[in-house]
Design a protein around this ligand. Structure first.
Ligand code: MRU
Length: 359
């Protein structure tokens, strides 16, 4: 059985409620943009690519049954609703890039005299629906490119021991995953010995979601708590660290789940290569460096409670940034669907992104 975070059939959109995993697998229906905003903001769906896909599909669901008087009216509504969806979570750039591309598309279609109102709607919906298949294809390419890159650094037929953080798998994407896609590819090539996944406090994406995916796929894996990273690097002969990204700046600085930065510092100290695996939709060439990335801060409750159970002393103040920025100098390379890039080579991606936008 394939793990699917997003189910979309005949204009019906459902997401697997990730707040309930792994105890319960329950899908909830997303009936439109308001529901889309809420499930993203509450993190019932999360992971940068999944956020963008669910956001855009929630608009598709809403548009499908709506009647418009003119192409201009539809364009105006598309723009307003996409901008609203971008506000659901600020750090991951995928929703913002998808919104910009779709607003451009709506502008072009609305100005083209050869395109009717019905054609405009059909073309727009098709473009959004294609995001699901494109994301899976991109992730498979990332998996293959990343596995080859890691294997090019190990001797002979040796097997790899990979450390990863947060959840970057089928639950964070349309399927297969980015960093977890690289792990899946190594496993499929029979070149993976073991995966270590961090618990990923405070939301526990590692313990709840990555561990769930690894067990589901029967990939040999061990869960560690976040404070064990240095010990694992010292004692478990880690081949490489592979993580995902919420936003990669033009200079290669990368925002990802809180805790990623300290893993990169430790990787440098222990001489372990540190890779970021991300689709081009996570690369924001408009942002020159990580200093310009807005870091989402989430409610204290995610730290003070596990489920309904309070674990922190009452009255204590908390700081709960959901992401941190890893400087490019600590990153060996960014694995994308278009190839492997050292951070300083990222600017050449501009051409790839433009090509993507026009296909
Ligand atoms: O807060 P989350 O769970 O949305 O954070 C997710 C991450 O940080 C992932 O590593 C990132 O989005 C990449 S998912 C392919």
């Amino acid at each position: 059985m394939t793990l699917r975070a997003i189910r979309y059939e005949n204009s019906n959109l459902e997401i697997l409620d990730q707040l309930l995993l792994p105890a319960q697998s329950k899908y909830i229906q997303v009936k439109g943009v308001e529901d889309g905003w809420k499930v993203i903001n509450k993190m019932q769906v999360r992971g940068a690519p999944a956020i963008a896909i669910v956001g855009c599909l929630s608009l598709a669901v809403e548009l499908r049954n709506e009647k418009f008087d003119s192409k201009q009216q539809m364009r105006h509504e598309i723009e307003g609703k996409l901008n609203y969806l971008v506000s659901s979570r600020p750090t991951a750039v995928n929703m913002k890039i998808a919104a910009e591309d779709l607003i451009d598309l709506a502008n072009q279609l609305s100005k083209d005299p050869n395109i009717t109102l019905e054609d405009m709607k059909a073309r727009f919906l098709q473009t959004v629906e294609d995001m699901l298949t494109k994301d899976i294809a991109d992730n498979k390419a990332i998996g293959e490119i990343g596995a080859k890159e890691i294997l090019s650094r190990v001797s002979g037929d040796s097997l790899c021991r990979i450390l990863t953080h947060c959840n970057t798998g089928s639950l964070a994407t349309a399927g297969y995953g980015t960093a977890l896609g690289v792990i899946r590819s190594l496993h499929a090539m029979k070149r993976l010995e073991h995966v270590y996944c961090t618990e990923t406090r405070p939301y526990n994406q590692g313990a709840r979601l990555t561990a769930y995916e690894l067990v589901h796929d029967k990939i040999p894996a061990t869960l560690i708590v976040d404070s064990m990273v240095a010990a694992v690097m010292k004692h478990r002969n880690i081949t490489a660290v592979v993580v995902g990204a919420d936003r990669v700046a033009a200079n290669g600085d990368t925002a990802n789940k809180i805790g990623t930065y300290q893993m990169a510092v430790l990787a440098k100290y222990h001489g372990v290569p540190f890779f970021v695996a991300a689709p081009l939709t996570s690369v924001d060439l408009k942002v020159p460096s990580g200093d310009h990335i807005i870091i989402e801060e989430r409610p204290d409750r995610e730290m003070t409670h596990i489920g309904e159970h309070r674990i922190a002393a009452k009255g204590v103040t908390c700081w709960n940034p959901a992401f941190d920025v890893t400087p490019a100098s600590l990153i060996a390379g960014i694995i994308t669907e278009k190839g492997f890039f050292r951070p300083e080579q990222l600017k050449t991606l501009n051409d790839c992104q433009q090509t993507n936008n026009h296909t």
